[in-house]
Design a protein. Structure first.
Length: 82
């Protein structure tokens, strides 16, 4: 069995910025974090989102990776957009 890499990402809700986009089942990032996503994730990997509230940590959501693609390709993929 292959050793899959999984990621734990701190989730901070930003004004006017939805990421992850739960309606599209997508998550994206840029710069160093984007390079890490491409390097580490493969089909079957888990991406967990966590946050803290009242000094307690919570998993708020998770995705199981089907595939990853560059933003330009994702924007042109009609299967992603609702």
């Amino acid at each position: 069995m292959k050793n899959r890499k999984n990621l734990l990402i701190s989730y901070v809700q930003l004004l006017n910025h939805l990421d992850p986009v739960f309606e599209e089942y997508t998550y994206g990032d840029s710069g160093r974090r984007a390079r890490k996503l491409k390097k580490v994730l493969e089909p079957g990997s888990y991406v967990f989102f966590h946050t803290s509230k009242n000094r307690k940590k919570y998993i708020t959501a998770y995705y199981v990776v089907d595939h990853w693609c560059d933003t330009v390709d994702a924007c042109q993929n009609i299967k992603i957009h609702i």
